[in-house]
Design a protein around this ligand. Structure first.
Ligand SMILES: Nc1nc2c(ncn2[C@@H]2O[C@H](COP(=O)(O)OP(=O)(O)O)[C@@H](O)[C@H]2O)c(=O)[nH]1
Ligand SMILES: [Mg+2]
Length: 365
């Protein structure tokens, strides 16, 4: 990386010199205003501008961060000059659009802020890059600058989000749905919400089964919901018991299976769970995760639970999440349909069927 400091009378002049000395791919790392008294007797004060810039083709991401930082840090500016900040942003944005990465993604002045917005909303860099590569390829195929901006981007992203609607009940046999996932993700609460949907709203025959023999209180939690809704709740300690309970509930429309909360680091746990669930060959597995979880933890969970065969992704605690890029990242990475989103602790209200529009709105709004 080549680093260069330039001092000039104005931002425009300093950026012009950066460009001419380091070339089109130069990136601004920091800017500073230097005040000095031209003529102390006359009280005349003037200022110069110092820009530190670097030349590094892979530093696009850092530069995006620098732009964000510059716009949030006003104290380096002489006075509170909004006009100068805007002018500087425009100049920096035009510099950014000249980097190799921006060029390869077709990030012009319209698209660069949209790219930045996606990154700011938690869409990861690799996923965002893939989106803009697709847009760029489409534009080149269609020979024209038909891409308008955020609304087109939203439409394109919508295509990548899969939703399969609510749990579909089958007439021939009970539908068996198991919620799996890390401790505290909201499995038991969500089972109660689903049971209420089916039993109270749709007047279906419902049973709840808990495989959570590990946590004190987990069973009582489900049982008290069962009592309120008049839905039977059973506890299965092993595969034989689970098989027996399945036979007992052959007349039901839907059997909702709550699983134990164990750490995603317990690798044997998934093996044991798989053996038990195999007693219900048609089981539909929903992986439950919190929308507030760290992406690295979410990725680990997908790895851990993958041997069960994950049919749906179910995200909880949307009410507590700040950014929703995680949902989109998971859509692109795993291509598994969403089933439901939960939005609070109230049973049965705080649950909704997942929808493509909702995911996109959450990301952009
Ligand atoms: N804010 C919020 N809290 C939730 C939501 N779903 C569950 N919870 C809370 O998360 C905690 C753990 O839920 P629980 O169902 O016991 O998780 P489990 O260990 O996966 O069974 C409880 O305090 C729930 O009330 C949700 O959508 N939003
Ligand atoms: Mg639980």
């Amino acid at each position: 990386m080549r680093i260069k400091k330039v001092i000039a009378n104005s931002y425009g002049e300093a950026l012009g010199r950066v460009k001419s000395e380091l070339g089109e791919n130069a990136m601004v790392l920091s800017t500073r205003s230097i005040k000095f008294n031209k003529d102390p007797d006359a009280g005349q004060c003037s200022s110069l501008v110092e820009i530190t810039a670097a030349l590094d083709n892979d530093a696009h991401r850092e530069t995006v961060a620098v732009v964000e930082k510059i716009s949030s840090e006003k104290e380096w500016m002489p006075g509170d000059n909004g006009g100068e900040i805007r002018e500087l942003r425009v100049l920096i944005a035009s510099l950014l659009t000249q980097t190799d990465k921006a060029k390869s993604l077709g990030l012009n002045e319209t698209l660069l802020p949209v790219y930045e917005k996606l990154i700011g909303r938690g869409v990861n860099d690799r996923v965002a890059t893939r989106i803009f590569e697709t847009i760029h390829e489409r534009k080149q195929r269609e020979e024209g600058d038909s891409f308008m901006g955020e609304s087109d981007l939203a439409a394109l992203m919508k295509e990548a989000v899969k939703c399969e609607g609510p749990i579909r009940l089958e007439s021939a046999r009970p539908k068996v749905v198991a919620l799996v996932g890390p401790t505290g993700a909201g499995k038991t609460t969500t089972i109660a919400k689903l049971a209420a949907r089916f039993a109270l709203q749709q007047k279906k025959k419902v049973a709840m089964v808990s495989l959570d023999t590990y946590r004190m209180g987990a069973w009582e939690q489900l049982e008290s919901y069962g009592e309120l809704m008049q839905v039977p709740v059973s506890l299965a300690a092993d595969r034989n018991e689970f098989e027996r309970i399945m036979r007992e509930h052959e007349d039901k429309d839907v059997i909702l299976v709550d699983t134990m909360g164990k750490s995603h680091r317990d690798l044997d746990y998934c093996k044991r769970l798989k053996q038990v669930l195999e007693a219900a060959p048609q089981v539909e597995v929903h992986l439950v995760q919190s929308a507030t979880a760290q992406e690295s933890v979410v990725i680990e969970c997908f790895k851990q639970f993958a041997p069960l065969g994950i049919d749906r992704m179910l995200f909880t605690k949307l009410d507590e999440a700040v950014h929703f890029g995680l949902l989109f990242n998971c859509s692109v990475r795993y291509q598994i349909p969403f089933s439901y989103f939960t939005t609070g602790q109230s049973v049965p209200e705080d649950i909704e069927v997942a929808a493509q529009d909702k995911v996109i709105r959450l990301i952009f709004n």
